[in-house]
Design a protein around this ligand. Structure first.
Ligand code: PLP
Length: 453
């Protein structure tokens, strides 16, 4: 299947399942990137996963570098997490009433997200998806400030709520254009989309619209346009600029939270250096979590300043609710995952990530494929065509993206499952041991050759 579009249709169980799925499900998938549109070929229909491996409906096992797009930080189906979920399920699937473990999880998140003596999560609310967490965070910021305008950055993904699916028109003052059909232009027009890592653009926007801006929302370290880490001090400058103008800073850690470190990306940036100094300290007003916090179950959260969080119903006028918010099984999975994700787990993640990303980079170099490797903690990705690291979405879009599909399919044929798009981060887990890493390394030379062609 190298090249992305096989000349002969594939005949196995995956192809049959895909044909069947497309008759009943739009595009055959329940989330678009799963359809393999940007790499071509037939998506693998998965049936089970264990540790660093995932198995498709033809019984083929792959080393998994998607890890459910982030949650599987311990590897798939960790026995203690599975046991916690089974025990919770036996006590009842959903109560629609409050439960003690929800408070345990809120306390655990509050206690973990600390750095340099600062603890930005004073209160936490549980929801079911990252989309809900960011949607509620922006409603809360608007309700708290009494302002309507949002700033987001091009290439940052915060889920699929209307106000966050907006792209910039040309120039700051022009109407922002919706990035999806069905988003009212009037909604998109309240979102200013700026180039990432560009403080001048942020300051100009505040000079012009400062009194109307409720919040800046930013991925803590962007990983939805590939990985593009913030310039040193960028997040701190966002906080300072927002606060100067009475706006809030919402840091989206749905992807980075509890994956890049025990206190998320914020924790890495705010950890004191050996001399005790935090180089660029900042305190977000609101932080959103998802993925790892639910340990693979539908659970996400938003937290932050108590005075802001207390604007949520029932204390305050900003409405948010959910039949399955704080669902007992999801909470059990999250609690168990966070309790297991200790310092040793993050050391393993960092080590596996370094070995794998270096091996891929070396294979590309060997095959003469010009590329840049970007890292944000244990998250990493590659851009093709230049060794200059991209700083924003425009840089990312200039790459030789066509090199990824043949590379992806060569790896897949060799038993390594990569994200099916060049615009996604690669995810490792603490279960990626020497055997799993060995399989990845063995597959690389041929795949890098395919990317060179
Ligand atoms: N925010 C970020 C940074 C994300 O990466 C994602 C999902 O990938 C979301 C929000 C949305 O989360 P969900 O897919 O759970 O709705």
């Amino acid at each position: 299947t190298a090249g992305g579009s096989p000349a002969v249709p594939e005949q196995g169980a995956n192809a049959r399942e895909f044909a069947r799925a497309q008759r009943s499900i739009p595009g055959g998938v329940n989330s678009p990137v799963r359809a393999f549109r940007s790499v071509g070929g037939t998506p693998r229909f998965m049936v089970s996963a264990q540790g660093p491996y995932i198995t498709d409906s033809e019984g083929r096992e792959y080393v998994d570098l998607v890890c459910s797009w982030g949650p599987a930080v311990l590897g798939h189906a960790h026995p203690e997490v599975v046991k916690a979920v089974q025990d919770a399920a036996a006590r009842g699937l959903s109560f629609g009433a409050t439960t003690p473990p929800e408070t345990d999880l809120a306390e655990l998140v509050r206690a973990r997200v600390t750095a340099g003596g600062v603890a930005p999560i004073e209160k936490l609310r549980l929801v079911s998806t990252g989309t809900e967490a960011t949607m509620t965070a922006i409603r809360l910021a608007r309700g708290f400030t009494g302002r309507d305008v949002l700033i987001k950055f091009a290439g940052h993904y915060h889920g699929h709520s209307d106000p966050l699916l907006a792209e910039a028109g040309s120039g700051l003052a022009t109407l922002a254009l919706p990035a999806s059909a069905g988003v009212p232009a009037a909604t998109a027009a309240l979102t200013i989309v700026l180039p990432y890592n560009d403080l001048d653009a942020v300051r100009t926007a505040f000079e012009e619209f400062g009194q109307q801006i409720a919040a800046i929302i930013v991925e803590a370290a962007p990983a939805n346009m590939g990985v593009v880490p913030p310039a040193p001090g960028f997040n701190a400058a966002l906080a300072a600029t927002a606060h100067e103008h009475g706006a809030l800073l919402i840091v989206d850690e749905v992807l980075t939270g509890f994956r890049v470190g025990s206190a998320g990306w914020w924790g890495l940036e705010n950890a004191p250096a050996p001399d005790g100094v935090v180089v660029h300290p900042y305190t977000p007003d609101l932080v959103t979590f998802g993925k790892v916090v639910g340990g693979g179950m539908p659970l996400a959260a938003l937290g932050g300043r108590a005075d802001v969080m207390d604007h949520l119903a029932p204390l305050g006028p900003v409405y948010q609710a959910g039949t399955l918010s704080g669902n007992p099984i999801a909470v059990a999975a999250g609690l168990s995952t966070l309790r297991l994700a200790d310092a040793a787990v993050y050391e393993k993640l960092d080590a596996a990530s370094l070995i794998i990303s270096d091996a891929v980079s070396s294979a590309f170099a060997e095959a003469g494929v010009a590329h840049s490797l970007q890292r944000a903690g244990s998250l990493f990705s590659f851009t093709f065509g230049s060794d200059v690291a991209p700083r924003d979405y425009a840089d990312v879009q200039r790459q030789e993206a066509f090199r990824y599909a043949p590379f992806f399919h060569s790896m897949l044929d060799a038993g390594v499952s990569l994200p099916p798009s060049v615009y996604e981060a690669w995810f490792v887990s603490a279960a990626h041991d020497d055997t799993a890493i060995g399989r990845i390394v063995d597959a690389l030379p041929a795949a890098a050759q395919a990317a060179a062609a």
